[in-house]
Design a binder for this molecule. Structure first.
Ligand code: EPZ
Length: 424
């Protein structure tokens, strides 16, 4: 397993280009299943999770072209879906595979998708996905670890869906299923994340009739068929990669410009960084960030968009680790998303966890050590901590990092960090 070796203590200076959003690319790739016409997406990030999704779609019979000259442009031809199924060996490595369920039901009338199983940050069931699709007439059984679903003879029908809690990929599954259903579907407590909006805009460009996306109530009028948009759909920039680099400068100090970033997707994160004393200036497609000295302590709680995103909790916590005071961090989305805490403690952080709240007592210095990544965003926080810690930090199991960040060490080295990948 690859590792990252970091020598901390150097400020970051320079420019970074932000990649396309992982959590928009994954549903957008699945939208290709909804039409027999080739769909082209631009700004597709080069990530392990994207590679896994492309492998899953190819397994179903989707023909995929990825330009050598333009690796961020992908064309998917789902004119022949030979196997409407998502096997366990692929789904177990990426829970977002459940996003094929809605489009397969809508396009093929049947789907067999492995249950994702839990993951490090929580049990993460998909019961709400099943509940919503059943409301649209699907017959769904769970047997031998698989979701076996079948649409009614006339196809899915529009329904009013109120999930027990806001679910991002649940909302995305419902959008894709409802786009081809008969009649109107109303999602009453829909997710409002920018990635949901990006999918809705792609579906509209394909001929879907959707309004209210970006709010908690989305209405979809089903249509008979969807088509490829006239122009390639460009995926929005990754707000979590952007936030991760903002936190890296906030912790390590220095001055960086993030190109291709959208500050309007990160209001809650930028507000907290400014509260911590980080200077953040948003321009047109560029964010300028600078920091010197210790951050001020900042308390925050994660919640659904537009509030502070759970995917930024671990990274922001690192600023609290070196702040001149105490911060309180509350994680309200997942039941086990503090696994970075024990690893940060190995670097000298002083953090007490009590249920869903972590109390972070800032210390003047962290000291380098060997630490182990446990999940995607926890690994990002350990890299940021390594940039700050005195001496050498080795982050192990960085396959977690590669799922959601495109060669993070290359981008950090371009900012002056002393970081290298050690091949296993
Ligand atoms: C999406 O996961 C993101 N992944 C996650 O990003 C992100 O952390 C999460 O939304 C919350 O913002 C993708 O978009 C591919 P949820 P998702 O359904 O859709 C519970 C990253 O690091 N729930 O919004 O799986 C669930 O357990 C990843 O990029 C049910 O109980 O999350 C959680 O507690 C990590 N039953 C809460 O709802 C269901 O059927 C929110 O989950 C669905 C969800």
């Amino acid at each position: 397993m690859d590792k990252l070796r970091i020598c901390g203590g150097r400020p970051l200076e320079g420019e970074v280009v932000i990649a396309g959003a992982k959590n928009a690319a994954l549903p957008d790739l699945c939208a290709a299943l909804l039409t027999a016409e080739p769909l082209t997406l631009a700004n597709v990030p080069r990530l392990q999770d994207v590679a896994t999704m492309l492998k899953l779609l190819a397994h179903m019979g989707v023909r995929i072209e990825r330009g050598d000259a333009q690796p961020d442009v992908v064309t998917l031809d789902a004119s022949r879906i030979t196997a409407p199924e998502a096997p366990y060996d692929l789904v177990k490595t990426m829970r977002a595979s459940v996003l094929v369920l809605g489009p397969l039901l809508a396009r093929c009338g049947a789907a067999r998708v492995s249950l994702p199983g839990g993951c490090a940050i929580g049990s993460r069931p998909v019961d709400q996905h099943i509940k919503g699709l059943q409301a649209m007439g699907a017959e769904i059984a769970v047997e031998h670890g698989y979701i076996v679903a079948r649409a009614p003879a006339g196809g899915l029908r529009g329904a009013r869906i109120t999930t027990d809690m806001i679910t991002v990929t649940g909302t995305e599954n419902f959008l894709m299923a409802a786009a081809l259903a008969r009649g109107e579907t109303v999602l009453e407590n829909a997710a409002q994340e920018p990635e949901v909006v990006d999918l809705a805009e792609l579906l509209i460009a394909m001929g879907a009739k959707i309004d209210g996306h970006g709010t908690s109530r989305i209405r979809i009028q089903g249509v008979d068929a969807l088509h490829a948009p006239r122009a390639p759909h460009r995926i929005i920039p990754d707000r979590i990669e952007t936030g991760t680099f903002l936190c890296a400068v906030g912790a390590a100090g220095g001055h960086a410009r993030l190109r291709g970033a959208r500050a309007d997707h990160l209001d809650a994160v930028i507000d907290k960084l400014r509260e911590a004393g980080v200077s953040v200036d948003a321009g047109d497609g560029v964010i300028d960030v600078r920091m010197s000295g210790r951050p001020r302590p900042v308390s925050f709680r994660t919640s659904e968009y537009p509030a502070f995103p759970t995917d930024m909790q671990a990274q922001m916590m690192v600023l609290g680790c070196i702040a001149d005071g105490t911060s309180r961090v509350s994680e309200t989305i997942f039941e086990n998303r503090f696994m970075h805490v024990n690893e940060l403690a190995r670097l000298g952080a002083k953090i007490e966890v009590d249920g869903h709240t972590a109390v972070v007592h800032g210390v003047p210095r962290l000291s380098g050590a060997t630490v182990m990544a446990t999940d995607l965003r926890a690994s990002a926080s350990l890299v940021i901590a390594g940039l700050v810690a005195d001496g050498e930090t080795v982050v192990d199991r960085i396959y977690h990092l590669d799922r959601g960040y495109d060669r993070m060490e290359v981008k950090l080295r371009a900012l002056g960090a002393d970081i290298e990948r050690v091949k296993a």
